[in-house]
Design a protein around this ligand. Structure first.
Ligand SMILES: [Zn+2]
Ligand SMILES: [Zn+2]
Length: 295
């Protein structure tokens, strides 16, 4: 049995988000204010609708990403570190070739694309068939902080893609527009250094997890065993945790709770993949990327 563990690299955990709006599109706050809202982040992306907002050099945030939210009336896609030439003759029209071209241009440019809020059924969402027609995107937003749990959580679509053999990572972003939407969901990236190149490299390897407040210190694998070291300190160690291991088709493989600091799961070999959700009592959570299991 072989476990493909994306968390084996060296580095430090960096916190950041790629999907946030400013007054340059429909956000309530200027770029300058958004920088202040996220002043504690290690990296930040600004992704206005259908335009690339240029960063200024007084942000106070160490690493900045240019991004754009390609926003057709049907479906939205986040492009991080886009090739600026995509704006020549730009259209947000949703066709697979048009969206695919933006994905490929970003990949060529050292960036990546993420399918945004796939379940936002009241406005812009992704049909399952279209998610399968698209290729070479890095992931989907499994946790979007903009609105409602009914519409902005998409673990079901992630499991659908993963179970069909698609290797896509899960992202967490605020999609912040208005007051109160900041710091609801973010990505913790295990990167060699705090640079755009290191962060993108780690993301492409799946060396990150989604957080809404809780975290992992490390996720290890040895032979057929996955060992999850939950974020630990004197105060956290006294608190209750709820841990779930999910496999193919979203099946729950194992669940446990208690004043835990470490949880283990013995793979059987037929899981396809194993992903971990860890909740601290109070609702703060951390969601790992899948560890693919080869029988
Ligand atoms: Zn959107
Ligand atoms: Zn958005």
């Amino acid at each position: 049995m072989k476990i493909h563990n994306p968390y084996t690299g060296e580095g430090t955990w960096l916190r950041g988000s790629f999907h946030n709006h400013t007054t340059n599109s429909d956000g309530w706050f200027s770029l300058e204010t958004v920088y202040k809202m996220y002043g504690s982040y290690d990296f930040l992306g600004i992704s206005d609708h259908d335009k690339i907002t240029e960063h200024t050099d007084n942000s106070g945030i160490e690493t900045l990403f240019e991004a754009i939210e390609v926003s057709s009336s049907q479906t939205h896609m986040l492009v991080v570190q886009p090739d600026r030439s995509m704006m020549d003759g730009y259209t947000n029209e949703f066709t697979i070739p048009n969206y695919q071209r933006y994905v490929d241009m970003a990949n060529e440019n050292g960036g990546f694309a993420v399918l945004a809020h796939p379940n936002r059924f009241f406005s812009h969402y992704w049909r399952e068939g279209d998610m399968f027609k698209m290729e070479r995107y890095l992931g989907i937003e499994v946790y979007n902080g903009d609105g409602n749990p009914e519409y902005d959580i998409a673990f079901d679509k992630w499991d659908l893609l993963l179970s069909a053999g698609r290797k896509v990572w899960g992202f967490g972003n605020d999609d912040s527009h208005v007051y109160g939407q900041d710091k609801r969901a973010w990505n913790m990236v295990l990167a060699k250094e705090n640079t755009r190149e290191s962060i993108v490299e780690a993301l492409k390897n799946g060396s990150f997890y989604v957080s809404s407040g809780y975290g992992f210190d490390s996720i290890e694998s040895n032979e057929g065993t996955i060992t999850v070291n939950l974020r630990s300190n004197k105060l956290l160690d006294n608190m209750y945790k709820y841990i779930s291991f999910f496999g193919k088709d979203g099946h729950v493989l194992h669940e446990t709770s208690g004043r835990l600091t470490q949880v283990k799961y013995e793979c059987k070999g037929d899981e396809g993949y194993v992903r971990i959700a860890a909740y601290l009592e109070g609702g703060y959570a951390a969601f790992s990327q899948p560890l693919f299991v080869e029988a």
